[in-house]
Design a protein around this ligand. Structure first.
Ligand code: MRU
Length: 498
């Protein structure tokens, strides 16, 4: 996103020198824009623990680059051992964000069977960079899905300004680019939807006041800073149309850990009948924990509550104490919002109910690894759960059906019957085409590809519908992804699904 009109990511390899990773020191924002260079895994650990970098997505990608730096600095003879040790240390930097362990494990799994130390270093760098790109792409996709939800409210309000409330910073500073909770806001703005955001200050670290407001200023998003306690009152006054927050960890059953105070916003939203959305990439799902109660909640130093930092009159950043000396404190960093209070999750694959079988249906690859998907035999289509016959997950496509002006849509799933570069034939549990719904954007495997198709026919067959989709627009990336999908599909059709 933009800083003083120039595009930045939150982390990047130094273009001048190999083996250096550059980050933005977020402790100094919004008063100073300062970058720092990481050269060792320990630097990455310190940056995560000290919150120079923060937010689930960015913590994960910093850890991934930290693993690359561990490989780079390791002796060739002990490279795997050294990386494992660095991974343990990085994982201990902060407890709540799921992305941290996920990123470390993904780098370790990538290099596990590579023998040549130089190849290990190269592979670690490649996978860390891939994770950075993926993080940015997933947030952009979250934006496309979330934009439809904002567009829906905008239509219902007769195209009057949509008021969104957000807590903490799940913006681009918490990821590599775009942000999770903020991506739908940027995408809706780009689609011409008028909106305004209420930003919770988010004591004690003030991520909302310091970071989210700064991001919005840079991007020209209309916003107003409020105290953490004001949200409920604004909701009662009819000044909030929807809430969108991020997540540091979400169980595969839909319970959401996010910055402390999120739970209270969800309760207030429920009481006022206001939709409460959580935006997260799949890297923040915990596929092992069944209950939000089991998520480790970070406790931080009480100094964060007893003091406050800001810009002094002479232009330096200063910290002052706001309590009597020796005041006792407990400083919890996160809380858990139970799934029942969450209207839906916005992921890179689409909008999904915060509920086990719906989440599993959207991520059959993860769910089948858990051995739970087949047993449950359910898939969410348009908010309902019905049955498909076969469970070959690679043939399940996500798609969004858009209306004519592209501002409304819905998520559903279909099974691929036949595929070519010109079009696709698919089977779904509900009719795809109806009045006003003419286009389909398809997501293949984990990529949402810019691919627009026109439904050419949709006919009932038994309790299913078989539809033909003719592609009418495809980006170069979309073509590449789809060609790969077509190849995989053909191979599996000939060899049979394992
Ligand atoms: O303590 P932080 O700043 O690392 O916490 C992360 C957050 O900013 C929030 O909880 C956010 O809403 C989710 S992280 C994408």
């Amino acid at each position: 996103m933009k800083v003083a009109g120039k595009h930045f990511r939150t982390i990047w390899p130094d273009p001048e020198t190999d083996g250096k990773i550059v980050i933005i020191d977020q402790r100094r924002l919004p008063h100073e824009f300062v970058t720092k260079t990481l050269v060792t895994a320990e630097d990455a650990f310190v940056a995560i623990r000290g919150m120079l970098v923060r937010g689930a997505g960015l913590i994960g990608v910093t850890a991934a680059y930290g693993m690359y730096l561990a490989a780079l600095n390791a002796r060739s003879s002990t490279i795997h051992k050294d990386m494992t040790a660095a991974g343990e240390r990085l994982k201990s930097a902060r407890p709540t964000a799921q992305n941290l362990a996920w990123a470390v494990d993904r780098v370790l799994a990538t290099v596990k069977n590579i023998k040549d130390p130089d190849d290990v270093r190269q592979a670690a760098f490649a996978v860390a960079s891939q994770m950075a790109n993926e993080d940015a792409r997933y947030c952009r996709q979250i934006g496309q899905h979330g934009r439809l939800l904002i567009g829906d409210i905008w239509q219902k309000k007769g195209k009057k300004r949509v008021n969104i409330l957000t807590h903490c910073n799940a913006g681009w500073l918490a990821f590599v680019d775009y942000g999770s909770a903020t991506a739908p806001i940027y995408a809706a703005r780009d689609a011409g939807i008028e909106l305004h955001v209420w930003v919770d200050e988010t004591r004690p670290w003030n991520q909302g006041a310091r970071l989210t407001c700064w991001e919005f200023q840079q991007e020209g998003i209309a916003h107003t800073l409020i105290t953490d306690n004001a949200g409920g009152h604004l909701m009662q006054e009819g000044l909030v149309d929807m809430v969108i927050v991020g997540s540091d960890r979400t169980t595969h059953t839909g319970d959401v850990a996010n910055k402390i105070g999120t739970y209270l916003k969800a309760l207030a939203a429920k009481d006022n009948n206001i939709p409460f959305y959580v935006a997260l990439p799949s890297s923040s799902f915990d596929w092992k924990l069944d209950k939000g109660k089991e998520i480790p909640i970070e406790e931080r130093s009480g100094d964060e509550i007893t003091t406050i930092a800001g810009l002094s009159k002479d232009g330096t950043i200063e910290s002052v104490r706001i309590t009597a000396a020796n005041t006792l404190t407990r400083n919890y960093g996160f809380d858990v919002t139970p799934a029942r209070l969450v209207t839906a999750l916005i992921t890179e694959r689409g909008v999904v109910e915060a509920e086990r079988s719906a989440i599993h249906a959207m991520y059959p690859d993860q769910a089948s690894a858990l051995g739970q998907f087949k047993r449950q035999g359910k898939v969410m289509a348009h908010g309902e759960k019905r049955k498909f016959d076969r469970w070959d997950s690679s043939h399940l496509l996500n798609y969004i059906i858009l209306d004519e002006d592209g501002t409304r849509g819905r998520y559903a799933m279909a099974r691929t019957l036949d595929v070519s570069l010109n079009g696709i034939r698919m089977e779904s549990v509900e009719a795809l085409a109806s009045e006003g719904m003419i286009e389909v954007t398809l997501g293949v495997e984990e990529d949402l590809i810019d691919l627009i198709g026109r439904i050419t026919f949709c006919k009932p067959e038994g309790d299913r519908f078989v539809s033909g989709v003719e592609f009418i627009k495809m980006s170069a990336e979309g073509r590449r992804v789809f060609r790969r999908y077509a190849e995989v599909f053909k191979r599996q059709a000939t060899e049979g699904i394992k």
